[in-house]
Design a protein around this ligand. Structure first.
Ligand code: AMP
Ligand code: ZN
Length: 114
């Protein structure tokens, strides 16, 4: 999508610290990290929100979660623990309408989240 900032990162039209890429997913460092580890896992496919996931996207979503675990291991936070968050629509705090998983870790996490 032409006006989507995450599509532009995928297309390398704007810079990002990309740490992993495969056929279906791209992972990069969050520009405003909320924890020592804060990366974003996104599909190459432009899907605006969790509500827009179709039947054909089920394998893709599973893949994104699997990638989150792979990145957690590579960042050395898998055993300590980490959090995967997906915000949906405005009350959750979603600001970029291209679905993404936040991978957060490297410090104790609080519950319930704010
Ligand atoms: P959300 O609020 O769940 O939609 O998350 C969007 C995230 O994208 C926020 O944590 C932002 O800090 C992050 N973000 C926005 N623009 C960029 C960018 N150009 N590069 C990296 N992360 C970004
Ligand atoms: Zn997009």
């Amino acid at each position: 999508m032409s006006d989507c900032i995450f599509c532009k990162i995928i297309e390398k039209k704007i810079p990002a610290k990309v740490i992993y890429e495969d056929e279906h997913a791209v992972v990069f460092e969050d520009i405003n990290p909320q924890a020592p580890v804060h990366t974003l896992i996104i599909p190459r496919k432009h899907i605006p929100t969790l509500l827009d996931i179709g039947e054909e996207d089920h394998a893709l979503m599973g893949h994104l979660i699997k990638v989150a675990g792979t990145i957690a291991r590579s960042k050395g936070i898998a055993e300590r623990g980490f959090r995967v968050v997906a915000n949906c629509n405005h009350e959750s705090g979603q600001t970029v309408y291209h679905i993404h998983l936040h991978l957060l870790g490297g410090r104790p996490m609080h519950w319930p989240p704010g």
